[in-house]
Design a protein around this ligand. Sequence first.
Ligand code: BGC
Ligand code: MG
Length: 517
Amino acid sequence: TGTQPGWWREAVIYQVYPRSFADSNGDGMGDLEGIRSRLPYLKELGVDAVWLSPFYASPQADAGYDVADYRAIDPMFGTLHDADAVIREAHALDLRIIVDLVPNHCSDQHEWFKQALREGPGTPLRERFHFRPGRGAGGEEPPNDWESIFGGPAWTRVPDGEWYLHLFAPEQPDFNWEHPAVQDEFRSILRFWLDLGADGFRIDVAHGLVKAPGLPDLGRDEQLKLLGNQVLPFFDQDGVHEIYRSWRLVLDEYAGDRIGVAEAWTPSADRTAMYLRPDELHQAFNFHYLNTDWDAEALRGAIDDSLDSMRPVGAPTTWVLSNHDVVRHRTRFGSLERARAAALLMLALPGSAYVYQGEELGLPEVTDLPDEVRQDPSFFKANGQDGLRDGCRVPIPWSGEEAPYGFGTGGSWLPQPAEWAGLSVAAQTGDPASTLELYRAALRIRRAHPALGAGDGVEWLPAPEGVLAFRRGDFVCTANTTDVPVRLPAPGTALLSSTDLAEPDLLPADSTVWWQG
Ligand code: BGC
Ligand code: MG
């Protein structure tokens, strides 16, 4: 699939979280050279593309989603030369590289913001952000009642008395996307990475760039949640589409089918599809699927909705189970069996699938990290009530009996559980019962089997309660989401099963089976 136009339509895209993937210099923090050295692993795993979470110059107030310089690499991750090496070597292996773009906000250490602060109220640089006088006597009250997604007011006051808007941490001031300089700057940043060979962009908070005119009060004081899919005056405003139309023109200037992937939280699948109209972006993360329980009826509904919503715009559906912001699906679903079954189900569906680093090892969420090692700002801002994102960001175990299990030579920025020795890449390689070999086998079959990935629909087959069964050409997938074995006449010859198939007519509890038939 690698070099064809439309490569992204069925691509399996692996998310690398750079600080937690592989550490080449022994500072306990993953880096670009670590990623480069592990590209052969990703090739062998069988993915088509790699999405790298941010590695740009950043004070790391939000693990790099607070960018101080969009054209520079943070020294913690390496140099521009290292980024270039990752892209070149990936291409030599026929792997695509998607970089993360963070256009909604920057870091408070970005030059523009520092200059805006220095120059004071009414100066031009302030217009590139959302600065406002406060309300109430002496302007002591924030300009409106918006809450930050990480908790607390979405406004912070600066010493001269003005307030600036930040939908996330105070260290992440929001850009004013009405401003032509902001628009020009981001088109230029796109070109910078496209020139370096990036095959596309994952667009952070793609639904947030444009705010409702006049920044109106929300009128209710409930705490807003990023994952809430709510209709909000700073989410999913119609004006945002103009931006993506202008980006699409830039992407299309380049050969090789460069893509934009929206992280867009919208109130409905149809609203998400609007980001994927033919003159806008290519893919959007399917958060509806990510939020669906391990339950046949719910899954079937989510699959049908996803496929139905994409058909009118002709975009491929995506499927995603885990990422760096949510509890790992093994833990969400409650068992390794279910995690394995969910992976096989996802990889049997038409469209593009996202795999988050470590899910191919069956890693669980780390739920007992001591407070003093946690770094996620949502953890701090919400007093530990809400921010559980460190638990899915623990560095990957590669090999060996002792921490950091081949992650590097100098420890790991978050401690790895002792049980992870048995979950390392080396421990699982060659063991046919391992989750790693299950993913490898699934991706091998998916690559070889034309009915997998392609198309925009599935043909549902009759199945007992709690079981999903669908056909795609001569391929059949069954998923038993119940915790007891279910009898079903074998629809063909078993190709792959997430749990040992003792009898072909008996689907094991919490299992997915791929059939040729
Ligand atoms: C990213 C988060 C980040 C936030 C602010 C999200 O959607 O995935 O990790 O904290 O955007 O940039
Ligand atoms: Mg390092």
